[in-house]
Design a protein around this ligand. Structure first.
Ligand code: SAM
Length: 280
């Protein structure tokens, strides 16, 4: 058995030790030997070994110098496995997934960087077809929330795919044990996102404004967040078929889409959108 340096807290190193959870993650990914897999943060290789045994090809991106070196040595005789020593928040995606073939992203993510990593790959031009990721349970709940409990993160996930929680994972499944409960989330990524790439930034300007005061009624949030007159906020909501007195967390992703269309109708000019102003 390899001897490893102590876990580094600063890199979110909570290593999975429960084989049943490894099996749940692998099962949720529905791997075949045609699959190209990208693993983020392979660590001591507990998932990596199973992924290497089942997938057609595997690229694993690890930031830790010692772990990247140990894994490179361990997998050197397996040509379908590539260990990349890099930061997953910055690595060029085309260089880790070089072909245009579809790929699946599978990871027990470091908590400190889980959201930037998920976001980066969901927003990428080359998105995975499927993500199976371990994150903090609270984050998983927010990603998968239904109208009534929606947040900016719910919208930011569900605009790109259909997420569901596959397993809840207690701290004792890891060494060292984290302080919080974790969860495995599977996201079936849409082949066509609900919005065009060009509209995404504007769309999130609207959604961020909508969630600027989650306890307030949606017309208030829009008015304040977009700096627009009350009348405009109400007209947009009426066009989108949304009652102005609802709270932002009750809106579905489809309703945010309708509201976005109504906003574009009222403020068609992008610069005006940025400022929330238009002179008639
Ligand atoms: N996959 C292993 C497991 O399940 O036991 C390790 C998971 S551990 C929660 C997270 C791993 O991500 C660690 O190996 C850590 O060094 C690595 N890591 C942390 N930040 C990273 C980053 N920005 N890019 C790539 N890997 C990172």
């Amino acid at each position: 058995m390899a001897r490893y340096a102590p876990a580094k807290k600063s890199l979110g190193q909570n290593f999975l030790t429960d084989r049943r959870i490894v099996a749940r993650i692998i099962g949720a990914a529905e791997l075949t030997d045609n699959d190209a897999v990208l693993e983020i943060g392979p660590g001591r290789g507990v998932l990596t070994r199973d992924l290497a045994a089942r997938a057609g090809s595997l690229t694993a991106v690890e930031l830790d110098d010692d772990l990247a070196a140990a894994l490179t040595a361990e997998f050197s005789a397996q040509p379908h496995v590539r260990i990349v020593h890099a930061d997953a928040r910055e690595v060029e995606i085309a260089s880790v997934i070089p072909s245009h073939a579809p790929y699946k992203l599978i990871a027990n993510l470091p908590y400190y960087a889980a959201l930037p990593i998920v976001r980066r790959f969901l927003e990428a031009e080359r998105k995975p077809t499927l993500m199976v990721v371990m994150v903090q349970r609270e984050v998983a709940r927010s990603m998968t929330a239904a109208p009534g409990g929606m947040s900016l993160l719910s919208v930011a996930t569900q605009i790109y795919g259909k997420p569901r929680i596959v397993a809840s994972v207690p701290p004792r499944a890891f060494r060292p044990a984290p302080k919080v409960t974790s969860a495995v989330v599977r996201i079936d990524v849409f082949s066509q996102p609900a919005l065009s790439h060009d509209s995404i930034d504007d769309f999130f300007t609207l959604v961020r404004a909508g969630f600027s005061a989650p306890r307030k009624q949606i017309h208030n949030c829009l008015q304040k967040g977009l700096s627009i007159p009350r009348m405009d906020a109400e007209t947009m909501l009426s066009h989108a078929g949304i009652d102005a007195s609802r709270r932002p967390q009750t809106l579905s992703v489809a309703e945010w889409g309708s509201l976005y269309a109504a906003w574009r109708l009222r403020y068609p000019d992008t610069d005006a959108n940025a400022q929330g102003l238009r002179e008639d």
